[in-house]
Design a protein around this ligand. Structure first.
Ligand SMILES: Cc1cc2nc3c(=O)[nH]c(=O)nc-3n(C[C@H](O)[C@H](O)[C@H](O)COP(=O)(O)O)c2cc1C
Length: 255
């Protein structure tokens, strides 16, 4: 298969913090229904080495059966009331991609005006899509009416259909990583225009536009981190024990 095996840097250190490296001598240490050590490591590897990819796409086509496999992974996500609100529009046509790229350029130029000074310069240098380079583009939609007016579990939080579709996308993203396929999520698009280009019916919501393809390498850190845009927040700041505000950091501060 194309593409080099990634050199794991930061991803590895995160992984080893959570999941100690497995070795031949290491015994299976899971509870009753846990995966074997090797299987569990593979799951964590997909999680920690998943990246949003906007560059380094190779033109190599994704074989039909492999694309089907990652779409099947998406289709096996959890969904509210088993609603399965997603559909997938697979795009390989160059003219469609070109139209979407133009749409991105327009929206991105507008987005760039929201920043000033150094931040504006930094924003303009970011690569935020790989629409034309990726062999496959994928529109992921959410049919909000699927399952009728009373979907089990959805009466109070209407947006659970959208959450479900995001779960499907995350499944796809992880499965793609395991297949050596990079995925980039492009959200800087006018979704009503995107709907027209993809021929999506009116009541159906376009939730995501993804770029998929084999890549020459997977970065070890998020592109935005490398570019100095934003850093990963330490997890200790985000875990609240029993009630909001009671984090390890807060506890230390109180002593
Ligand atoms: C809902 C969503 C929308 C995103 N939209 C864009 C986008 O328009 N352009 C882009 O370059 N990256 C986009 N990303 C990717 C994020 O920038 C990326 O996930 C984040 O920087 C962390 O990097 P990582 O995914 O490689 O861990 C999006 C990600 C999500 C989950």
């Amino acid at each position: 298969m194309p593409g080099k095996t990634s050199t794991v840097g930061t991803a590895r250190s995160y992984r080893e913090e959570v999941v100690p490296a497995s070795g031949a001598a290491r015994q299976y240490d899971g509870f009753h229904h846990a995966f074997t050590t090797a299987e569990r490591d593979a799951v964590y590897r997909a999680i920690f080495e998943r990246r949003d990819v906007r560059r380094n796409f190779l033109p190599t086509p994704i074989p039909e059966h492999i694309l089907k496999r990652v779409l099947t992974a998406a289709h096996h996500a959890g969904s509210v009331g088993f609603m399965q609100p997603w559909d997938f529009v697979v795009v390989s046509d160059r003219s469609t991609k070109r139209a979407v790229k133009r749409m991105f350029q327009k929206t991105n130029a507008e987005a760039a005006t929201r920043y000033r000074g150094k931040r504006a310069a930094l924003y303009r240098n970011l690569k935020l899509e790989g629409i034309e380079e990726a062999p496959i583009n994928l529109g992921v939609t959410c049919s909000r009416q699927r399952g009728g007016p009373h979907v089990l579990g959805r009466s109070t939080v209407r947006d659970t259909d959208l959450y479900s579709t995001c779960c499907a996308i995350q499944n796809l993203w992880l499965a793609a990583r395991a297949e050596g396929i990079g995925v980039g999520w492009v959200s800087i698009l006018d979704h009503s225009a995107l709907k027209r280009v993809l021929g999506v019916p009116k009541p159906v919501k376009v939730l995501a536009y993804l770029c998929l393809g084999y890549v020459s390498n997977f970065a070890t850190r998020p592109d935005l981190e490398t570019a100095g845009w934003r850093e990963r927040i330490p997890l200790e700041h985000l875990i609240h024990y029993e009630s909001w505000g009671n984090t390890v950091i807060e506890r230390k501060g109180k002593r």
